[in-house]
Structure formats: C-alpha cells, structure tokens
Design a protein around this ligand. Structure first.
Ligand code: 2BA
Length: 106
C-alpha cells in the first residue's frame, strides 16, 4: 500500500476530492500553508493499493490546474524597501508517494 500526499490549490481541492470519492478512493483533506507564498493550500492524504497509485495521480493531474500569480513580497531576509512584483507559477499539484508499513482500521 502507498500513501499519496498531494499539495493542491484550495480552488481545486473539492473537485479532486469529489472525483476521487466517485472513483472509490478515500481521501482526507488538511488545511495547509505554503512556506514560500504564505498562502493557504490544501494537502490531500489518500491511502491506496500500489496498483491504483497511477489512477489517483491521473485524477489529480486532470483536476489540478497550474496558475500564474504575481507576488509583491518576496521573502528575502535583507530585502530593501523597494517591492518588485514577481511572477510565480504554482503547479497543478505537488505529489509525494510514500510506502505504508501498516494500514489499520479499528
Ligand atoms: P509555496 O511554498 O507557497 O510555493 C508556491 C510557489 O512559489 C511554488 O509553486 C513555486 O513556483 C514558487 N516557489 C516556492 N519556493 C520558491 C523559492 N525558494 N524560490 C522561488 N520560487 C519558489 P509549487 O512548486 O507548485 O509549490 C506549490 C506548493 O507546494 C508550495 O507552496 C508548498 O506548499 C508545496 N511544496 C512544493 N514543493 C514542496 C516540497 N519539496 N516539500 C514540501 N512542500 C512542497
């Protein structure tokens, strides 16, 4: 079994969760915050059989859209007072796949 940990945009989270549920996958949603932009994002946790990991990734890929955004505060320790708007592209999803030693439901 694998644990799919997917960091997605808040806007995409419910669509991804609905599709995963319809396809028979259980998923848990955690509210998270990106360390760079300091804005909210969503971390989805999904425990799946090894052979179904690619199905889960495909669903996230289809529903998670990447988005370009302009940030006006770049987190630099010794930044001057001048603010330079910077464009960053936040990906459709950042996905980690971890091995699961045990899966227990009581
Ligand atoms: P944030 O850390 O808020 O990053 C948002 C976007 O800012 C990133 O999009 C990337 O385009 C840019 N960015 C991040 N760190 C940067 C840096 N040091 N210099 C320049 N630009 C930077 P994504 O790469 O698509 O990441 C979206 C969110 O996924 C991240 O939000 C973070 O919450 C998570 N994430 C990405 N990579 C991760 C990793 N290796 N470990 C843990 N979380 C990760």
């Amino acid at each position: 079994m694998k644990l799919v940990l997917a960091i997605v945009k808040d806007d995409d989270a419910f669509d991804i969760m609905d599709t995963l549920n319809i396809e028979g996958f259980s998923v848990t949603k955690l509210a998270s915050t990106g360390g760079f932009l300091k804005v909210g994002n969503t971390t989805l946790i999904c425990g799946v059989e090894d052979e179904k990991v690619d199905n889960v990734i495909e669903i996230i890929k289809q529903k998670g859209k990447s988005k370009s955004q302009i940030i006006t505060q770049v987190p630099m320790p010794n930044a001057t007072t001048d603010v330079i708007p910077t464009q960053v592209t936040v990906g459709g999803a950042t996905i980690f796949v971890l091995d699961v030693d045990k899966f227990i439901k009581i």
